[in-house]
Design a protein around this ligand. Sequence first.
Ligand SMILES: [Ca+2]
Length: 179
Amino acid sequence: MATSVSAAELPSWDFSKDAGGWASGGVWNYDGAPTISYDEKIGDGSIKLDVDFHKKIKESWSEVKLHNSASDSSPLVLDGCDMLTFDFYFNPNNMTNGPFKAKIYMKSDANVEVVNVCPDINVLAASPVEGTNLKKVKVSVPFQAVTANVVYFDFSVVSSYTNYKGEIYVDNIALGKRG
Ligand SMILES: [Ca+2]
């Protein structure tokens, strides 16, 4: 009997069990060493970034990277993927000015840069998270549609003239298709 195979779902990470292959990917124009860890509480599992951008308040770009090591060994097969969404948690008491940006960067197995976008994170759209000092905003990042085997995948939080010092959480990183 034939078994129908549904189209592969686009990858997503809800961090319900672990960091899902995401780990520190280094920094760019950042002073010090951020601490990247798995947090089991916020968002029922998320990635925690302990960062300090205050020495870079005069800089338009100070970057803390997460790297997806799972895609190093087993390519992410993308077919018409043109969007990434994620949840961004921050503590508004930890900063007096902004904004943040996200940077999404992917390279294919043909060594082609298939995604390289860095939209602003609209912190003004964030809502308070009950029982915490945090605010949360869902961020949608559109990009030109990609059909490729992705073998290099970075997700960065970028400070643009912020003095943010403290914890940031990232959750529900999901690749998808618009419309
Ligand atoms: Ca989660």
